[in-house]
Design a protein around this ligand. Structure first.
Ligand SMILES: C[S@@+](CC[C@H](N)C(=O)[O-])C[C@H]1O[C@@H](n2cnc3c(N)ncnc32)[C@H](O)[C@@H]1O
Length: 252
């Protein structure tokens, strides 16, 4: 274990929203769940982890005590506030951790970004990682951006290794789907939002569309877990808290 992990500053005060809202699981539950899922799907002390949309860095903070000297972590986000803080506070203490700003436009988190999610290339080599996650990110990126991000996962992840990505995925069992008080409305075929007043915020996708985007990117689904948000199964039943999880791997 990295001794510096004992005395890391916590990202509590970073000025960047990560959407905790009134969600019942709260920050502690979210952190526990994200680490538990990585462990369930193969986190090892020597893993080379990529986190897409790392936010203020809670997962990096939690992985500091789990990754050994042969492991590594790279996280990127569109938020200069978050990435600046992480580069000033965590990166100097954790030599095998890096944090990258992608200057990508996002209607909610970075309206003035100069690149587009549908064209950006992740700043990493092919096959650089053996574990990838994107938690709570694909609710905030439009379909062409997600398609590109999935292709970039296929490029940067070793074939046969897992990427954990979650979506608000609507199935035929969902009648009047809603997240909290807000109902999802279809904005284009298979694409929904529960913030029709704010373009590009809070997106959901038909499960069939999610699966076809994954397949078209050269990825195969190796596991999936229904999220508790549907209200069909509570966390006590073992449902993954919040959004639906897809575990995918590049086809060789
Ligand atoms: C709801 S927060 C989740 C943050 C973190 N993954 C967590 O679970 O706490 C969504 C994050 O995605 C980031 N984001 C939005 N668009 C992005 C993009 N195109 N590329 C990378 N990150 C993006 C936001 O800046 C924000 O930090």
């Amino acid at each position: 274990m990295n001794p510096a992990a004992q005395q890391l500053p916590t990202p509590d005060d970073v000025d960047h929203p990560i959407g905790l809202g009134r969600k019942p699981e709260g920050l502690e539950g979210r952190r526990r769940n994200q680490v538990a899922l990585l462990e369930r799907y193969g986190l090892e002390p020597h893993s080379r982890v990529l986190e897409i949309g790392c936010g203020v860095g809670w997962l990096a903070y939690d992985l500091a005590s789990r990754l050994g000297p042969d492991g590594s972590y790279a996280g990127f986000d569109v938020s200069p506030e978050a990435i600046d803080w992480l580069n000033a506070n965590l990166a100097p203490r954790l030599p095998n951790f890096r944090f990258d700003l992608l200057d990508v436009a996002n209607p909610r988190y970075r309206p003035k970004g100069r690149q587009t999610a549908s064209k950006v290339r992740f700043p990493y080599a092919d096959d650089a990682f053996d574990l990838v996650c994107a938690y709570g990110v694909f609710m905030h990126i439009a379909q062409p951006g997600i398609e590109n991000y999935l292709r970039e996962i296929a490029r940067t992840l070793v074939a046969g290794r897992p990427a954990l990505v979650n979506f608000m995925a609507i199935t035929e069992l969902d009648r009047n789907p809603r997240n909290g008080r807000r109902e999802y409305v279809e904005s284009s075929p298979g694409v929904y939002t529960n913030r029709p007043d704010r373009e590009g915020w809070s997106l959901a996708f038909d499960d069939t569309l999610v699966r076809s985007m994954i397949d078209a990117a050269g990825l195969s689904i190796v596991a999936s877990e229904e999220g508790a948000w549907h209200g069909r199964r509570g966390p006590e039943s073992g449902a993954v808290p919040g959004a639906d999880l897809y575990v995918v791997t590049p086809r060789s």
